[in-house]
Ligand binder design. Structure first.
Ligand SMILES: Nc1ncnc2c1ncn2[C@@H]1O[C@H](COP(=O)(O)OP(=O)(O)OP(=O)(O)O)[C@@H](O)[C@H]1O
Ligand SMILES: O=P(O)(O)OC[C@H]1O[C@H](OP(=O)(O)OP(=O)(O)O)[C@H](O)[C@@H]1O
Length: 211
């Protein structure tokens, strides 16, 4: 039997991903050692391999078949636009993609003014403003602390993830519009879905019972 390889997202989603896999009897003790610099882990008994990668790289590994299965946020799936199957909503990592800014920016969203939109998600922002709202905007790509942009005058609004809303609150910003709800998803390589259908279907079935 060949190894089935999982690409898991580092950071926020990692602990919940491991807890979910543990519930269906898939464990990888080695992976819990936070001090380890080891990148790939094997469960010999179940013929599984796991590695942790940066979120945006997970769909890349899965599209190319370097991983059969990926666990990644819906935001990353939308942003990366890779060819893969999204097979399951895992429920955890729930948050929302929103257009945010100071209350005073609200009227700009329903005008034909050319506003600036700062975001870590330029493709999601483009799709929302161009295809859904038919509003021409200037997209400015940032890599973090997006909420700074409207405060210091880099942009009028931002497109970013909102979970508890505390980052917005503490910086005097509001949700102005919701783009879409988000959560962690399981994605599968298109060839693996055919070649390893039995094992992958069983995995999906087992996961359905615990989430
Ligand atoms: N409050 C939140 N902020 C950001 N991502 C969240 C939040 N809640 C859930 N998520 C999910 O977790 C994933 C990101 O986890 P991660 O810890 O890698 O965050 P990141 O800030 O995008 O990464 P990095 O710190 O490496 O830039 C997102 O893709 C999203 O689906
Ligand atoms: O609604 P909240 O619960 O406050 O969560 C949302 C915040 O968390 C994320 O940032 P992150 O902590 O990943 O830092 P970053 O801005 O450097 O990416 C996101 O980009 C928001 O800023």
């Amino acid at each position: 039997m060949r190894y089935l390889t999982f690409a898991l997202t580092k950071g926020r989603l990692a602990d919940k991903t491991l807890a979910m896999l543990e519930k269906i009897g898939i464990t990888c003790e080695e992976m819990k050692d936070k001090d380890s610099r080891k990148l790939i882990f094997v469960n010999e008994e179940l013929k599984l391999r796991f590695f942790l990668a940066k979120g945006p790289d997970v769909p890349t590994y899965v599209e190319y078949g370097a991983a059969d299965i990926g666990i990644v946020g819906k935001d990353t799936i939308l942003e990366e636009g890779r060819k893969l199957y999204e097979v399951m909503d895992l429920g955890f990592g729930a948050c929302r993609m929103c257009v945010c800014g100071p209350e005073s920016a609200k009227p700009l969203l329903n005008s034909n003014q050319l506003i600036r939109v700062a975001t870590k998600y330029p493709n999601i922002a483009k799709d929302y403003f161009y295809n859904k709202k038919h509003q021409t905007v200037e997209i400015i790509k940032l890599n973090g602390s997006i909420e700074l942009a409207p405060i210091v005058g880099l942009s009028e609004v931002i497109v970013d993830i909102v979970e508890t809303g505390s980052t917005l609150r503490e910086n005097g910003l509001k949700v102005l519009e919701e783009v879409c709800p988000l959560s962690a998803r399981m994605v599968v390589n298109q060839v693996s879905m055919k070649m390893e259908n039995e094992r992958i279907s069983k995995l999906i079935e087992d996961l359905r019972k615990v989430i």
